[in-house]
Design a protein around this ligand. Structure first.
Ligand code: SF4
Ligand code: SF4
Length: 345
């Protein structure tokens, strides 16, 4: 028989900050993203609105990889009642809310690590099949899907504005108007033209989300995921040897694509090779064509593992054979033509 939901789950439905923080617990959000999608700005806006406009205590910081577009970014927000100091400045390991900016991150168990049994898991994806990985979420957690990229593209905004709106929509005690004010203020100085588009994206994010039922199957809180360094002073290889020689075959640039991918229409392709001249990552795959009297080599497709979505191939193609498509979960795996088939297990 299913265990009843813990009493604390009512906190996520609290209507006011006073009701939410009546038990003196904090509210912890972890944004899981990749560089370029605006997770840091989203965390900054949420914390700023809570501290300066809602009278709460708050803390925010982000951790970056190599500070380049496409590398992993995690942004952490902690909020508490005004009389409840925040004394922790470590990453959020047991979040009330996880917000996932890019579907490719769902594959990594660390993305959902530590989510509380009464937590909320918000992820960016269009309607459709629910990824298998989400079965690992707590059975009692709330799972929310929002097409943040689709809305952002339609409104000429970015997914962070949409996802901020969804957080506000999902938690009634967060003052939507003041978060929107903080968002507009953030952009008014940097890019005034973006204020109106972000506002529309935010408003749509606050209402156009789906709560998915029966997704998670795990019992209780999820275990904390803490990445320990592979090597320490006692375990590092002798003499600074590299036991695994560097090569590019294992690279995976999937997370560098921020929602769009090139798609080849083979019927329009004249195999001229212009796209291959401009592709910076050598991810186009060529092979013997069906009719070798016509073309010795034909373009077979793209190995999306190595494609960063720069769209140079789309811009340079003289026949329109390469088009730009919105990437949906699993699409790259389906259309991928592997460069190194021997590496696929
Ligand atoms: S540039 Fe266009 S037509 Fe030429 S090989 Fe590439 S996809 Fe085909
Ligand atoms: S978008 Fe096109 S040009 Fe850019 S990396 Fe991918 S295949 Fe190469």
């Amino acid at each position: 028989m299913n265990a009843p939901l813990p009493a604390i789950s009512s906190l996520r439905e609290a209507a006011t900050p006073q009701a939410r923080f009546a038990d003196h617990s904090s509210f912890e959000v972890r944004f899981e993203s990749i560089g370029g999608l605006g997770a840091h700005a989203a965390g900054h806006v949420l914390a700023t609105a809570a501290v300066l406009r809602m009278g709460l205590n708050g803390a925010h910081f982000s951790s970056y990889g190599s500070e380049k577009k496409g590398s992993t970014v995690r942004s952490f927000v902690r909020l508490s009642a005004a009389e409840q100091p925040i004394r922790v400045s470590a990453p959020v390991e047991t979040p009330n809310v996880v917000v996932v900016f890019h579907a490719v991150l769902l594959r990594n168990p660390a993305t959902r690590g530590g989510l509380r049994r009464d937590g909320t898991f918000i992820y960016n994806a269009p309607a459709g099949v629910i990824p298998e990985e989400l079965k690992a979420l707590p059975r009692t957690a709330r799972v929310i899907r929002v097409d943040a990229l689709g809305i952002a593209l339609a409104e000429k905004s970015r997914p962070n504005a949409v996802l901020l709106g969804t957080i506000c929509g999902a938690f009634p005690w967060i003052d939507t108007a003041v978060v929107l004010e903080a968002l507009s203020e953030e952009f008014a100085g940097k890019n005034p033209a973006a204020v109106a588009t972000n506002e529309r994206a935010f408003q749509r994010g606050a209402t156009e989300y789906e709560v998915l039922e029966g997704v998670g199957e795990a019992e209780g809180d999820l275990p904390i995921s803490r990445a320990d360094p592979e090597w320490g002073f006692a375990t590092q290889p002798a003499g600074g040897l590299l036991p695994e020689p560097g090569n590019t075959a294992w690279n995976d640039l999937s997370a560098s694509r921020t929602g769009l991918m090139p798609v080849l229409d083979g019927a329009k392709c004249i195999h001229c090779g212009v796209c291959d001249l401009v592709c910076p990552d050598f991810c186009l795959v060529w092979g013997a064509g069906a009719d070798t009297s016509k073309f010795e080599r034909e373009l077979m497709g793209v190995d999306y593992r190595y494609c960063k979505g720069c769209m140079r191939c789309v811009e340079s193609c003289p026949t329109g054979a390469f088009g730009e498509a919105v990437e949906t979960p699993g699409m790259a795996d389906r259309l991928r033509v592997p460069l190194f088939p021997e590496l696929i297990k």
